[in-house]
Ligand binder design. Sequence first.
Ligand code: AP5
Length: 185
Amino acid sequence: MARRILLLGPPGAGKGTQATLLANALHVPHISTGDMLRSAVADGSDLGRRVESIMAAGELVSDDLVVAIVDERLSKDDARCGYLLDGFPRTIGQAEALNDSVVDAIGTVVLLDVPTEEVVQRLLKRAEDEGRSDDNEETIRRRLEVYDADTAPLVDFYGNVVLTINGMGTVDEVLSRIMISLARS
Ligand code: AP5
């Protein structure tokens, strides 16, 4: 089973939820740029101060900054035998930079397919439960526009290593579809 996996899909598709479960099942680290950036914001670090307003507006942090963070993370020992990337790459520029720094950087792309109205409902519900700063309706719409413009083209970029998974249903149902699809790939 491929161990260098990218989870792709619009905001609210369930990437983070599935990545946590898959990383445990596959014994590879879950590397989420969103989590790393939110943690920098919570820590009040230089990086956090630079990215806070960008994230709250639903825009993308610059490729250079994110590529540097991921390069450093992938150089750690635990990433030698594989990893599960969640939220990176999310532009063609990031994908090209990743290919330049890691040989065979991505073996499989898991694309979570969830209709727009469902992802909006999931994120609005999370706004009530957790209060994430980018989970208000206006920012959610912007994040979806950014996904369509900058991230969706990665589906063609990765071409025949993309497994499209129906992301509707319970978390366990989606996980099971992913595991079956990975085992067959
Ligand atoms: P990031 O954290 O990557 O956010 P995102 O892509 O918008 O993804 P989300 O976390 O909102 O959704 P998800 O698909 O992970 O779904 P989740 O499992 O959480 O990025 C945030 C920001 O950081 C970006 O906007 C950007 O500013 C910056 N950034 C990050 N990476 C960057 C990069 N590479 N380049 C530049 N900037 C970058 O689930 C969502 C909700 O749905 C949860 O409440 C969950 O419980 C629920 N849920 C999950 N599965 C189901 C299900 N099957 N049924 C019902 N509910 C479900």
